[in-house]
Ligand binder design. Structure first.
Ligand code: ZN
Length: 683
């Protein structure tokens, strides 16, 4: 597609040459670029006496963008095609970034320059998004300790560096522990109950290791089918025990990759840093940049949802137990039984299984269908590109255009699970949309990463409906990043969006996976091409809220554990992780995990990622997304005008305004929990 005149200013910067990256260049180049950026800060501060957007903010922003673009392929490849050398180079750079962040965040001259812009005459003439950049920067200066005395500033810097290393160590321990365990099964009868696709994948995994038989691993596509389908209770227990004790003092590799000490250090340092900045605890510090206003508001919100769901969750559990009892005389439901009997009961009730649905969701049908859905909603044309540099042969690459053939952005799609690729699914930015110093526009580029089953043999990859939902979820993040109209990078796309609102577009887009009209676009039987039969669809919809209260309380357990742990933390008190977890489970959980369970030791969201005292954000944003979708339920799910309103009020605005303001401009009122509870079938 050619570019028309109205996008003449558009310019896609050269994309990273992933396959050419030489590991030995990474550390010197990052070091040198950080030095250049530091020099530029000093140069601008000494050369100018007055500061404004053009002579200061945008120039510095561009140097940071340059550093970000240099780093993006390194950190991305470390997550998806990791090896020892790359990991070492990556980890060597982390303290350099932390140190640079501290240099910027605690630079008195920089702070004064931003303050002078905020207080100067130019400020009111700036675009709203530019004003938000300045205001956010001043807030972040304060959070980065600008007001601290020199000795406290130094301590602040030390803590930041230690936190970055500890988080990386946490993540490495989880990956190493995941790789360290596998089980070779030689008798296929031991795998009774598992779907053929899982057995074939286990066989392929064994072959790749030059072994005979079936290799089970702790990677999710291997772990999940065992827990869901394996008839063999002892096998389920063994795999569960290995998975739920990863990186801990328990289980088959007890003590080997143990995160216990890492967790204690992380909590102590987080508490110390929040007190340095005059917060009572890390939960308060976390909320300083979020949509939620106080710890009490968050705890009440989670407790409320828990109370509304608890009774229904107990009822759902008792039904599964009664079923397990009638099937196999089970007296008690263990953690490794729940998924298995839940799935059996679900099949019995709705005679439906993920495996029955899989043939209806072949990769190309799903991906093309997803593109049709966003086209009908937002008017987009998405075209696959075939000439591009990549980190792995399975990766695909696409451009997104609007109806006027204007190139809006691009994305990489890396769908399959493989060794040395971090588990889970996520969207990350490769390039952010910004107006550059030379006046040209840099277009946004995203990495969309999943861990689905890869095709077995020559057939197409077949997805479960769950995986389809995951793909829509990540694509929702993707369009938030790629459809933005904002030109200031720190509030462009998902940048500058508070954590507890950032899941709005992703969870919002999931809704289309449950709508008959949309399923007609995203399903097509791999052999016959038939769309999902009405009969199956009806059962799926009936099954949709199966055990939804159980799932709700599980998420609330994680959210409350994370938030309360960071809120109640007391320096020097031992055993807090266990005591908080026990107390929350007493109140919220309806299935008590075994004593050896150490799920917290691989809870990377809060100990290796950015969700510390912020895991509640998923539920918080679900309220926003369910509520926003309710307008489509009223107007029609493919109502193009409602789609346009959502595009303009939410997606295009990125982080340029507060989420509450953007939400209200779309809905005309504040959010409430009615739609979420209704969607979950919780009465
Ligand atoms: Zn998400």
């Amino acid at each position: 597609m050619t570019e028309t005149n109205n996008c003449a200013l558009n310019k896609t910067d050269a994309l990273p040459l992933f396959s050419d990256i030489q590991v030995e260049h990474i550390v010197p180049l990052v070091t040198e670029t950080i030095k250049k950026n530091r020099d530029l800060v000093e140069k601008l501060l000494s050369e100018n006496s007055t500061f404004n957007w053009d002579n200061f903010v945008n120039i510095l922003d561009e140097s940071d963008d340059h550093l970000g673009k240099l780093w993006s392929p390194v950190s991305h490849m470390n997550a998806v095609v990791s090896n020892d050398e790359l990991r070492e180079a990556h980890d060597t750079c982390l303290p350099l970034f932390a140190e640079y962040g501290t240099f910027i965040g605690q630079h008195q001259g920089l702070y004064q320059a931003y303050l002078s812009i905020k207080e100067g005459d130019e400020f009111n003439t700036l675009k709203a998004e530019q004003q938000k950049v300045i205001t956010d920067a001043l807030r972040d200066f304060k959070l980065a300790g600008i007001a601290l005395s020199d000795d406290k500033k130094q301590r602040y810097g030390e803590i930041k560096q230690q936190l970055a290393s500890l988080q990386s160590q946490f993540s490495n321990n989880v990956m190493d522990a995941t790789l360290a365990w596998s089980k070779l099964v030689t008798d296929v009868n031991e795998l009774a109950g598992l779907p053929e696709s899982a057995i074939a994948a286990a066989k392929q995994a064994a072959t790749e290791k030059e072994k005979q038989g079936y290799l089970l691993t702790l990677e999710f596509p291997s772990y999940l089918p065992v827990m869901t389908y394996a008839k063999n209770r002892a096998l389920r227990e063994e795999v569960y025990a290995a998975f739920s004790t990863r990186a801990s003092d328990q289980g088959p590799n007890a003590g080997e990759f143990d995160n216990s000490e890492v967790i204690d250090q992380l909590l102590a340092l987080r508490h110390e840093i929040s007190q340095l900045l005059d917060f009572n605890n890390y939960a308060e510090y976390s909320l300083a940049t979020k949509m939620a206003e106080s710890p009490d508001q968050v705890i009440n919100f989670l407790t409320d949802l828990s109370e509304q769901s608890h009774q229904q969750a107990m009822g759902e559990r008792d039904e599964v137990l009664a079923f397990a009892n009638s099937m196999d005389n089970l007296e008690q439901l263990q953690a490794w039984d729940l998924s298995y009997y839940s799935e059996l009961l679900k099949q019995q009730r709705y005679t439906i299984s993920d495996e029955e649905l899989r043939p209806y969701f072949p990769e190309n049908k799903v991906v093309d269908g997803l593109f049709s859905v966003v086209d009908r909603l937002f008017g987009l044309v998405i075209q696959e590109q075939f000439d591009f540099n990549t980190w792995h042969k399975d990766v695909r690459f696409f451009h997104i255009y609007d109806k006027n053939e204007c190139h809006l952005g691009s994305f990489y799609l890396d769908l399959y699970a493989r060794e040395f690729k971090r588990g889970g699914a996520w969207m990350n930015d490769c390039r952010v949309r910004r107006r550059q110093v030379d006046g040209s526009l840099q277009l946004p580029v995203a990495y969309l990463t999943c861990n689905f089953n890869k095709p077995v043999g020559n057939s197409s990859a077949l997805f479960t409906h769950n995986e389809v939902v995951t793909l829509f979820h990540e694509f929702g993040h993707g369009i938030h990043h790629m459809l933005t109209k904002i030109e200031s990078s720190s509030v462009s796309g998902i940048n500058g969006v508070p954590w507890d609102a950032v899941e709005l577009p992703s969870q919002f887009l999931e809704n289309w996976c449950w709508e008959p009209e949309a399923l007609a676009l995203i399903s097509g039987h791999v052999e016959t091409g038939d769309t999902l039969p009405a009969e199956l669809l009806e059962k799926m919809l009936a099954a949709k809220n199966y055990n939804s209260a159980l799932m709700m309380v599980r998420q609330l357990e994680f959210s409350l554990f994370d938030f309360v742990l960071h809120h109640q933390y007391e320096a020097g008190k031992a055993g807090q992780v266990e005591s908080v977890l026990t107390a929350i489970r007493e109140k919220v959980a309806v299935i008590k995990p075994p004593n050896f369970n150490r799920f917290q030791h691989s809870f990377s969201h809060i100990f290796a990622g950015g969700y510390a005292a912020g895991y509640y954000s998923y539920k918080w944003a679900e309220v926003l997304s369910a509520d926003a979708f309710s307008r489509f339920e009223e107007d029609g799910i493919f109502n193009a005008e409602t789609g346009k309103a959502f595009l303009e009020a939410i997606l295009e605005k990125g982080g340029s305004d507060t989420p509450m303001t953007l939400f209200k401009s779309f809905m005309g009122r504040e959010p409430n929990t009615d739609a979420l509870l209704r969607h979950c079938g919780i009465k």
